[in-house]
Ligand binder design. Sequence first.
Ligand SMILES: Nc1ncnc2c1ncn2[C@@H]1O[C@H](COP(=O)(O)OP(=O)(O)O)[C@@H](O)[C@H]1O
Ligand SMILES: [Mg+2]
Length: 312
Amino acid sequence: MSSVIQTEHLTRRFGDLTALDQISLTVEQGEVFGLLGPNGAGKTTLVRLLNGMLAISGGSARVLGYDPASQGDQLRRHTGVLTETPSLYEQLSARENLIFFGTLYGVPEGDLSRRVDEVLDLFGLRERTANKAGEFSKGMKQRLALARTLVHEPELLFFDEPTAALDPEASRQVTDLIASLSRERGRTIFLCTHNLDEAQRLCDRVAVINRGKLLAVGTPAQLARDQFQGTWVEIALRTAPDGRLVTALQALPEVIQVSLDDQKLAVQINHDDVIPAVVVQVVELGGQIMRVNPREHSLEEIYFKVQEEAKA
Ligand SMILES: Nc1ncnc2c1ncn2[C@@H]1O[C@H](COP(=O)(O)OP(=O)(O)O)[C@@H](O)[C@H]1O
Ligand SMILES: [Mg+2]
């Protein structure tokens, strides 16, 4: 894998405020990378720095091999950026908007018409191509804005809170489109969001930031392991076991604690590797196992844990 984004100690100050504080991270080719954080965390600032839309105060960044600080114009021909408030020309038709932005991003004239039709199709806007953007619903405008980010076929896409202003239905459509851009078209996607369900559905790796500081980065599974000591396995039994079983399990190495609720055992362990030994012990003491379920931590649990730790 090769990195498409690398930052080292990337910093941006606005007067006395450090909006981004020494951010070092990498984004790999083809992944959906989520940047999670509350309002004011620094997400939009990072997107702007990475696209050369804002000057860097300290540290460095490389994006697709370019230095955004000095090669912003070249870089932006290879990135698609959906900003928080997408700027569309309301008086222009959907098609005219796309032609305009395609030209701006240097799509060769001979390719432009075909590209525009392709993205209009992709976003289900073909029937509305002649309508003015100003007449579109919010969801349609957002789809048009997404189409706009793709018209020059960028390899790297930045979506800054793409569903924040949408109702659940439009929001689901937009997330599905983002997923298909990643899965079917292999695009690298940098997604800023504070919608944790959306991040859970879309992201391969996530970074959590707050007040300009990077608090954690990794796959949701890695973060869960870092944040929560060990994992839990739930074991459902046919009949309630006697107390000896709990004592025996507690005595196993790598078992942190055991709780019993009627026919359901919950065992906290250091690693998943211990699950077979736990199962053997249960069986040896006469437990009739119906189900074994490792309990997964949701991104939401992880997110709040990371934010809590940072406060402590
Ligand atoms: N142009 C600017 N001038 C002054 N402060 C700014 C500017 N842009 C952003 N900030 C401040 O930087 C911090 C991070 O903002 P932002 O990157 O927009 O956060 P997010 O996108 O995560 O909500 C906030 O405190 C915000 O007020
Ligand atoms: Mg923002």
